[in-house]
Design a protein. Structure first.
Length: 262
């Protein structure tokens, strides 16, 4: 029997997308968009299987740190058979020109705390021969375009009160390197050290590089979107929870909505 070729839009509809949320508020907002979600448990985690505008999705909380995120991504692939993974969350901005309320779509990830020197170069993952793991260009471009559409009219997503509360003006979408590590970067000294070691990094968080490595191993397309919640300095803790509730979670859901229903 010959291979059956499907129209592009139908083939897209048949894919299963894994959605990883970094925090509970984001996951709750995602689940509000799934009319038929069903909970399944695996690896001590709750995975929510459902549909978003007819697209087959599995939503899950990443938990914090690289090991937890890697476990979550592996379960999505092995247990739930996802064909691609999208990660949303918040991050600290370390690149020039990034402001609170901007969005970064990752083009690649690096583990800023990976250092097996002198056996391997700093940041290089042993036995891989590389330090950086690229995201999928097609998937990332689609996510970036969805983010640009949302941020072109931020008031529609956030409301005037949130814009005023966080002093958000003309938020932008940036595409570039994100650094991950098992440490919450929250001082000016740490932020400066990261900029010195990785001058092209735009943002820092605690999970994405692990998911990127897992997706590299399995050949699964991966894209990630992070809303800048702070400048990863001595004020990184200020209003974080409120920012997640009023900005990052709303951005994430609006961008996913634009992605699934362009």
């Amino acid at each position: 029997m010959g291979r059956i070729y499907l129209p592009t839009d139908l083939a897209f509809m048949m894919k299963r997308t894994g959605i990883i949320s970094a925090v509970h508020q984001e996951l709750a907002a995602v689940l509000d968009c799934l009319p038929d979600e069903q909970r399944q448990c695996a690896g001590g985690r709750d995975f929510w299987v459902g549909h978003w505008h007819g697209h087959d999705v599995v939503a899950v909380l990443s938990r914090i740190g690289k090991v937890a995120a890697a476990t979550t991504a592996t379960a999505l692939i092995e247990r739930f058979g996802v064909d691609r993974i999208v990660f949303t969350g918040a991050a600290g901005g370390i690149g020039d020109g990034l402001r609170v309320g901007d969005v970064v779509v990752a083009s690649s990830f690096v583990q800023h705390d990976m250092d097996a020197s002198p056996l391997f170069a700093r940041h290089e993952v042993p036995l891989y021969g590389q330090a950086r793991f690229d995201t999928d260009a097609t998937l990332s471009n689609a996510l970036a375009n969805a983010a640009r559409a949302v941020l072109a009219h931020p008031g529609r997503t956030l409301g005037a009160d949130a814009l005023a509360a966080f002093n958000l003006h003309a938020p932008l979408v940036h595409v570039g390197l994100i650094a991950s590590g098992d440490r919450f970067v929250a001082t000016q000294a740490e932020s400066a050290a990261l900029r010195c070691a990785l001058p092209d990094a735009l943002a820092v968080e605690m999970e994405g590089a692990a998911v990127a490595q897992v997706c590299h191993d399995y050949g699964v397309p991966f894209a990630a979107l992070r809303t800048i919640s702070d400048r990863a300095d001595d004020g990184a803790y200020i209003d974080f929870t409120r920012f997640i509730d009023q900005v990052a979670s709303r951005y994430s859901v609006a961008v996913l909505e634009a992605y699934f229903n362009p």
